[in-house]
Design a protein around this ligand. Structure first.
Ligand code: NAD
Length: 360
């Protein structure tokens, strides 16, 4: 199979970690007889410096012509970088919003997985963390409070601010279908999270999710109120497989789930549209504090590349091989500095890439 992949190395540690992911993908391609065609585009600060804007139309056209996009991270030090003296629409992050919109990416996926070898980094009590957990938060990305009408008015001599939370049936249906499809590739359980005891948008959410669930009799569905879900994530995270939720609840819950793993350098993510197309990137930022030193952890990006193989190319076996290589490298005691603990073997970003390739 020929895989056309647009890469966005981005800023900070972005180019270093994307290089490792490319190496690992090449190793997988060699093993299984695929051909990787990588095309790099600029985005974020790198594009501001070279082209005067965070993402050009030509770069978007290149991304659109690919099968999938693999990204490092964008942005610089928000206090010292000159990029942050520019107006908001010209700053690095504007590139990310622009590409998400241009590619119609409405479903954000963030897995949270606790590796046995890194369990000490988990902030939960041992009696809870010993059960492990392996969940995926699927967050709606284009609706809800973030995109509703908002205004601030003066009423009776004081300011009053209004934000609106809107969801249509079709917006809910398309993300619910994604959620059930992805649950089918995992442990076949969807926990739909809402606030149906208070919000009309949540009651519609629940109704549509139930309608979609009828088409997936092999997937178990349960509904959970968001406040309860926030508690359950720290009380019993092992119960979750796919958590399906709207934009703001997903924003908050996915950060909570990441913190519970305790290792930011290990967390991948994906943003999908209604085709097989997706943008895959680590959950962390561009880490300008450690850029250019070859010490960043490339595993989150490598795992994002595995998600790309699974969700955009249906290459499940190849994705399993990458995830297996990550588990094996940890078992063998290799650690980048961010996940290092005494007695382990400290390796650089590029050494970690090489070790992963060997295990593939
Ligand atoms: P960050 O995630 O970049 O860094 C937080 C801390 O974690 C730092 O100490 C960093 O060194 C460490 N870290 C992060 N990733 C690591 C890795 N792979 N290996 C080892 N250590 C790692 O968050 P921040 O400092 O708040 O943001 C830095 C820049 O990244 C900002 O410009 C921010 O806007 C941007 N950012 C971009 C994205 C994105 O591109 N999607 C996401 C988040 C933040």
């Amino acid at each position: 199979m020929v895989l056309n992949i647009t890469c966005i190395p981005g800023d900070g540690i972005g180019p270093e970690i994307v290089n490792q992911a490319k190496k690992v993908l090449e190793a997988v391609a060699k093993k299984y007889g695929h051909e990787m065609k990588f095309t790099d585009i600029l985005m974020g600060g790198a594009s501001i410096d070279a082209c005067g804007e965070p993402l050009t139309d030509e770069a978007i056209a290149t991304a659109k012509a690919a099968d999938a996009v693999l990204m490092g991270s964008i942005g610089g030090n928000t206090s010292t970088s000159p990029w942050y003296k520019l107006p908001p629409e010209k700053r690095p992050e504007a590139g990310l919003l622009k590409i998400r919109k241009a590619l119609n990416l409405f479903a954000n996926l963030r897995p949270a997985y606790l590796y046995e070898e890194l369990a000490a980094a988990c902030p939960l009590k041992e009696e809870i963390s010993k059960a492990g957990f392996d969940m995926l938060i699927m967050r709606e990305l284009t609706g809800g409070l973030y995109f509703g009408e908002r205004k601030t008015v003066e009423e009776n001599g004081e300011l009053k601010a209004i934000d609106t939370l809107t969801y249509s049936e079709s917006e809910i249906r398309r993300i619910a279908i994604k959620g059930f499809e992805i649950a089918r590739k995992r442990r076949k359980k969807v926990t739909s999270v809402d606030k149906a005891n208070v919000l009309d948008s949540s009651r519609l959410w629940r109704k549509v999710v139930n309608e979609v669930a009828a088409d997936y009799p092999d997937v178990t569905v349960e509904h959970m109120l968001v406040d309860n879900c926030a508690m359950q994530l720290v009380k019993d995270p092992a119960q979750f497989d796919v958590i399906l939720t709207e934009n703001m609840f997903g924003d908050i819950l996915s950060d909570e789930a990441s913190m519970v793993t305790g290792s930011i350098g290990m967390l991948s993510s994906a943003s999908l549209n209604d085709t097989k197309f997706g943008l895959y990137e680590p959950s962390h930022g561009s880490a300008p504090d450690i850029a250019g030193q070859d010490i960043a952890n490339p595993i989150a990006t490598v795992l994002s590349a595995a998600m790309m193989l699974r969700y955009s190319f249906d290459l499940d076996k190849e994705a399993d091989v990458i995830e297996g290589a990550v588990r094996q490298v940890l078992k063998d005691g290799y650690r980048t500095v961010d996940i290092y603990s005494e007695g382990m073997k400290k390796v650089s970003c590029s050494e970690m890439g090489d070790l992963l390739c060997e295990r593939v």
